[in-house]
Design a protein around this ligand. Sequence first.
Ligand code: MN
Length: 330
Amino acid sequence: MPAVTVENVLALPRISEPDPTASHQRRVRSVTTAPAGFEGEGFPVRRAFAGVPQSELDPFVHMDQMGEVEYAPGEPKGTPWHPHRGFETVTYIIDGTFDHQDSNGGGGRITNGDTQWMTAGAGILHIEAPPESLVVSGGLFHGIQLWVNLPRSNKWNPPRYQDIRGSEATLLSSGDGGALVRVIAGEVSGHEGPGSTFTPITFVHATVNPAAKLALPWPADYNALVYVLAGRGRVGEEGRPVHTGQLAGFGPGDALAVTADRAQESRSPNLEVLVLGGLPIREPVVHYGPFVMNTRDEILQAMEDFRAGGLGRVPAGAMPHHHSGDETLE
Ligand code: MN
């Protein structure tokens, strides 16, 4: 799992650990196991947030762990052109390469540790697929797509695109020096990540060495989620066990702890986690296919606008998609 790594974690700025006497360590509210499924034209995903009430995810809506998968030559699959409205898609590639193009002129290629942060706002069309070279050669693919909701006041914003290189992530070390923390958006212990967000959120990828502990200050007014990309560990004040493909949701508090088990699987020598949270938007959420709005009427309007071409047009010289499929709203 390359993402972005460093020679010497100890040379990075250290996260000041929450004072155990003055802070309130969060306890685990729920642990859920992501069911496996397929997205687009058939790339394997884990639905990280399945079974968790929207109120506990707020301001997030949906998250897929894409792969980890070793593709055979000719096998990699992407999505056809499809619309979005009312939220942001955040695509973080850990291993492999992904191409993206949208109807607003955004797009590009992302690989090991890069993030594409696409604000659909009032509407956009896009395509997400592995590059031709990866289709021909096959290879390793592993990434995340997170959906970040927009408040009512920003759902009709013009679309926007942020191309965040892996090298731009803010790199920190845990207090014990045993974890590499990549801040992609938001702030950890006074260190800000590069991603710009409409409402306050924090999005972190941490690699925790066996037996090391990641202790984070975490804003009391944010929700808190830890998703295990790979490995085994314990989370929360009570040290609840979690493993690959599990999501822990936390109760109230202003500090968060993740500890890696001493023994890890050989295919993943460290505990790899995403730590994410934000200020809940606390508005009604109606999520249907590629649209996330406040009301059912707004969903019907989005479908009508899409049919009428109002969410954007596939640009000239558009990226092809390699498999012919039906027009899909997924
Ligand atoms: Mn999409």
